[in-house]
Ligand binder design. Structure first.
Ligand code: TGC
Ligand code: FAD
Length: 396
């Protein structure tokens, strides 16, 4: 059940619906209904168990039409970018793990093939990925190369007409349940992407256990031990880091909206709790200190939403620059995490359990703060845009 409050919902204060195209709003409402009916009643159990029925979930999300929804052709819906963002927001209002599954499938694995793949690769994978019949993952990060993917050690070398891949990828969403992995590797031609069916000999994807965050999401290592691939497995055109970074732009855009879904859910649950909870003989919601917290959190949520919608409009116009995605990702994830933590204080001890969504969201947002570029990476992207000086590398 979504939390019911007696006052005005935080985003209604900003009248954000007046800024949303009716078609995009209709998609948002469909996704909201699906997650409310199908996922919300089960999410706490999945989170507690650290297990999700990924295959069943992918099929259902495929049927809903959200997998690769912002791409054209090959069974994808071709919606606006804003509609995709709003869908991410509804998914993440239930759990960041759910939005992660959809982000990695649509914005990373499918987008890489859609943007950089051969016609044969597109025909082979995209329609099945759009329906959720095939699950994809995206292997960029390595144990010793996270923020600096240029330092990756995974290598692909030619052997006759084939390629042989060796290396290890780390922290890969959907890895153990994937049918196909888009793997980035060093080659003599620069960094290249490879479309790797996960049943190829030498490929394995052990799950990473004991996570305290993103528990309703599969996270894995990818081990590539002499994986032999035909020439047709390489993404044919793209060379260099701009290939994987172009995919990250898509997923980061979804997070600009998604993180606000988690924050909205925390705030709504907290306002409802504060109205019910009696302290010192009156409702917690009637104390000035509580109202100051709720007002400040609503301000940050609403400002983040205006930024997200502006970002969506720029993307729909084809005018969104990568550093503008950094603005949104940095601000909205940071503020969403601050909101989740502040909400937890209002709930007191009750806030530490799975009976309320706030600490689950806060724990998830710790990962969201780190993946798709840490806050520090996005600060440095913005610093570079502001000054023209790159501060990523010591001495550079
Ligand atoms: P730099 O010299 O800046 O750029 C190298 C080449 O790439 C181009 N480029 C971009 N292209 C497209 N989009 C962008 N955002 C781009 N940023 C840079 C650039 O023009 C250049 O092209 P060319 O043609 O001249 O070669 O590269 P750098 O080595 O200095 O690194 C820059 C930095 C640090 C910003 C980049 O490495 C970075 O973003 N690091 C963070 C890595 C990251 O975000 N990893 C995420 C892995 S995937 C993931 O986390 C999935 S989580 C699951 C989920 O989404 O739910
Ligand atoms: P590091 O790069 O080691 O950073 C450690 C700290 O150093 C951070 O605070 C960072 O901001 C800081 N730092 C780094 N560079 C600088 C600098 N120049 N100046 C100052 N500070 C700096 N990756 C994938 O490829 N595919 C996936 O599907 C995927 N899914 C993920 C799912 C989860 C749940 C998580 C947690 C991660 C996932 N990742 C994935 C990996 C993620 O993208 C990386 O964790 C992230 O890029 C950061 O890399 P790192 O963890 O190695 O941290």
């Amino acid at each position: 059940m979504m939390a019911k409050t007696r006052g005005t919902a935080p985003l209604t204060l900003f009248a954000v619906d007046t800024l949303i195209d009716p078609q995009d709003a209709a998609i948002r409402d469909t996704v909201r209904k699906f997650v409310t009916d199908r996922i919300r009643p089960r999410i706490e159990d999945w989170y507690e168990a650290g297990e999700i029925p990924a295959r069943e979930l992918a099929r259902e999300l495929g049927e809903l039409g959200v997998l690769g929804m912002h791409l054209d052709g090959y069974g994808c819906a071709g919606t606006s970018a804003t509609a995709y963002g709003l869908a991410c927001m509804e998914l993440e209002a239930v759990d960041s793990g759910l939005r992660s599954l959809v982000s990695v499938q649509g914005s990373l694995a499918m987008f890489a093939i859609w943007k950089h793949g051969s016609e044969e690769q597109k025909q082979q994978w995209l329609p099945r990925m759009a329906t959720g019949e095939a699950i994809g993952c995206f292997g960029l990060t390595e144990p010793d190369a996270g923020s600096n993917p240029a330092g990756m050690r995974t290598r692909a070398v030619r052997d006759g007409d084939d390629w042989i891949l060796n290396g290890t990828k780390m922290w890969i969403t959907n890895g153990s349940v994937a049918d196909v992995a888009v793997v980035w590797a060093q080659t003599d031609e620069g960094i290249c992407g490879f479309v790797v069916p996960t049943d190829t000999p030498g490929f394995s994807a052990p799950p990473i256990r004991r996570k305290l965050s993103l528990r309703a999401s599969v996270t894995s290592e990818l081990v590539l031990d002499g994986v032999r691939l035909p020439q047709s497995a390489i993404l044919p055109v793209v060379r260099g880091l701009s290939g994987p970074l172009s995919c990250l732009n898509e997923a980061r855009f979804g997070i600009v909206f998604g993180a606000l879904g988690a924050a909205r859910d925390c705030l709504e649950a907290t306002i409802a709790y504060a109205q019910e909870r009696e302290i010192f003989d009156k409702p917690l919601a009637a104390f000035q200190l509580t109202q100051a917290k709720l007002a400040d959190m609503s301000l940050e949520l609403g400002k983040g939403m205006l930024l997200a919608l502006h970002t969506g409009r720029l993307k729909d116009q084809g005018a969104l620059e990568p550093h503008q995605i950094s603005l949104g990702k940095l601000n909205n994830v940071r503020e969403a995490l601050a909101i989740a933590r502040e909400c937890r204080t209002v709930l007191g001890a009750a806030g530490i359990t799975l009976d309320y969504p706030v600490l689950r969201h806060a724990n998830n947002l710790e990962s969201v703060l780190t993946y798709e570029g840490t806050s520090e990476v996005h600060q440095l992207v913005l610093g570079r845009a502001l000054t023209g000086q790159s501060a990523f590398r010591a001495g550079v």
